[in-house]
Design a protein around this ligand. Structure first.
Ligand SMILES: [Zn+2]
Ligand SMILES: [Zn+2]
Length: 335
């Protein structure tokens, strides 16, 4: 958990989370994905309120239910929306855009999250895991819901679009699959060091290129450039590639988070008359869409899980996530 404000201050500690209150469920965590946001919380580059247990990508089994909760949930395999609470009163809340509530308390940053054996959540946050999706990979439903919020609501990709995705991490490989499901033809671009990730992209059926292979990137959508560019690396180089390769009048989507100000050629937005789309976190609707895509097989989560580890290995796993070794590490607190 994040024990105190400031960079670092992350440790394994014992923490009592209590019993489920009315409307809540107590979950046994089976899988909790490590995400770039967790590194930003570790570095204090993403807002958080310590002491707080980190982890917002969760798959679990319902262990106990609070008053007023349908006992039919007991034993269910679930994955969870991440807002422990929203204020219900601000303009975004009243508009149904709860992801934009300035007073929302998300698990993993403002309320205790999933890097733990147990997790307390409102029952309204639960979604049943589709059959055939395993208890670790199901944690990736959360990043998938975020990708769906960015790409589908409203739709950014139309059938026949040429789509370039930079950053072949979990977000990039999910975005590539959603863009393909929407009818796009997708090229996945990474750095030379992204070998493992680009191989996973190829196994998912995508053509790949490294960013320094300008010919390959250029010829993908020659002569005009891709209709849609989806930036999932959060790094200046990826943003640069997207801004300078999109076709005039094309669409630019920012999904990756840099965590700090970066220098990029923003004038390209004007020169190319690009429209910009992004999205913050997920919505109930993006979750339902994400689960349908998984259930229908248009999006595969399993190939993105590089390793399942116990919580005791968090330092090594954070370092491997930081250096881009592997794609998605998932904690199983029972290990
Ligand atoms: Zn995440
Ligand atoms: Zn609100």
């Amino acid at each position: 958990m994040k024990t105190a404000p400031g960079p670092g201050n992350v440790a394994l500690v014992d923490r009592d989370i209590g019993d489920p209150q009315a409307g809540q469920v107590l979950l046994d965590v089976t899988g909790a994905g490590v995400c770039g946001t967790d590194l930003h919380i570790c570095d204090d580059e993403y807002r958080n309120h310590p002491p707080v247990t980190m982890g917002h990508e969760v798959a679990a089994v319902v262990r106990a239910v609070g008053m007023g909760v349908d006992a039919g949930w007991l034993g269910a395999r679930v994955t969870c929306e991440t807002y422990f609470s929203t204020c219900g009163e601000c303009a975004p809340c009243r508009d149904g855009r709860i992801n934009l509530c300035p007073r929302r308390r998300s698990i993993g940053s403002f309320a205790d999250g999933g890097f733990a054996e147990r997790l307390l959540l409102p029952v309204a946050n639960l979604h049943r895991i589709p059959g055939g999706v395993d208890e670790h990979a199901a944690a990736l439903c959360e990043p998938l819901a975020c990708v769906c919020n960015c790409l589908c609501d409203p739709a950014v990709v139309s059938p026949g679009d040429l789509v370039l995705v930079t950053g072949p991490g979990a977000m990039g490989l999910l975005a590539a699959q959603v863009a393909r499901a929407a009818g796009g033809t997708v090229l996945v671009v990474g750095r030379g060091s992204d070998e493992v990730r680009l191989r996973a992209a190829a196994e998912l059926g995508f053509p790949t290129a490294t960013a320094d292979d300008a010919d390959r990137v250029g010829s993908f959508a020659a002569p005009d450039g891709p209709d849609v560019v989806i930036e999932c690396s959060g790094a200046a180089a990826g943003i640069h590639t997207c801004l300078t390769s999109a076709r005039a009048g094309g669409r630019y989507v920012q999904i990756g988070l840099a965590g700090r100000a970066v220098a990029v050629p923003f004038d390209e937005l004007c020169y190319r008359e690009l429209s910009v789309r992004s999205g913050f976190a997920s919505t109930p609707w993006s979750w339902r869409r994400a689960l349908r895509l998984v259930e229908g097989g248009q999006v595969r989560l399993d190939p993105l899980v590089s390793e399942v580890v116990g919580l005791g290995q968090w330092e090594r796993v954070f370092a491997d996530t930081r250096s881009g070794r592997g794609i998605k590490f998932v904690f199983d607190p029972r290990l």
